[in-house]
Design a protein around this ligand. Sequence first.
Ligand code: PLP
Length: 396
Amino acid sequence: MSPEKPSFDTLCAHAGTSRNAPAIDNLPFVPPVVQSTIFQLGDSAQAEAIFSGTLPGYTYSRFGNPTVDTLAATLARLEGGAGACITASGNAAVLCAVTIALAGRSGPLVTHQDIYGGSFELLRILHEVHHVPVEWVDARDEAAWIAAVGRAGAVLLETPSNPLLRLIDVAATAAAAQPVCAPVIVDNTVATPFNQRPLALGADWVVHSTTKYLNGHSDMIGGALIGREPLSDLARRIHKNLGGTVNAFDAWLVLRGLRTFALRMAAHNRNGAAVAAWLAGHPAVTRVHYAGLPAHPQHDLARRQMQHGGALLSFELAGGEVAARRFVDRLHLIVHAVSLGGLESLVTRPAMSSHRGMSPTDRARAGVSDALIRLSVGVEAEADLLADLDQALAGL
Ligand code: PLP
């Protein structure tokens, strides 16, 4: 590592700080929360220069805010992108990305049936209410996926997917999208830039729910959209006018969370792999969905495009839905709550929570059964997690 090119872990430890700021004496090391809607414009000539962009400056916090911009620059660097927009939620980031990617395009938005339930519902609204062409593909059929990408206006994919942890080959998708110039958006929420860099694999955009691992403390909602190329004026205009901008304090919380991001992810990855392997060997468990397991059908792809398996997994029990409900009710340490990516381990049944808004037919098509249990493995001591799982599975 050289001081000019710090390693990923060092970038995280110094995330958003004034460590590399221009030589202005006495800056606070930790960035301040600029909790102001408005900024003084100065005289008319200066106001005109700021609004026209010839003089750097701020006008109104929906258009730009120093704390939020610090987060944007930090996330762009961690993902290896050239620019980023910060949004008020992960769903707002998906909406913003899709709106930008489809601008001037006539083909459909190609996505897959097992995308996260909130993204699925959003796309259903865009399709059914606003008549945006969307094509949902069963991406397990790789040939069908690549063929659909080859006639796409834009592509939105999630790998690993939530909650089935299925993978899609990002490099192959980007190669298939290139001849038709379809922008490829990858939701990297589950993997995070610690475990996977979609832009380096050929994607055009990465979206995140910063609510999850990037913030990591289950205390805010936010999103981000990171581009391989610098953001165009149109992208900035769409982001500004869709209006889903984050407030400065929530952006600051993500910056604070990022300082420990590399440490947290190392612990998440360790526990995720240990819990997945333990569950796979338990007699009450019929199936574990986790691409980090050598027996997983997409393990080779996981090794090619991911650095680690991550800490989200799902599984099914021999006793089906009844056993799944009993299992959830018996857990002591692992918290029954939605979301993922916090320090604490969380359990849900997606069919009754995150994927509830999908029709039973769409859920069945996506492979999300009523018996499916999703586990977001936290950073607690591995032995405590295994003991809790063991007592909850006993006799099921
Ligand atoms: N993308 C994925 C993969 C998610 O899991 C989620 C939320 O669970 C979202 C997007 C939406 O994020 P948010 O809830 O911050 O809007």
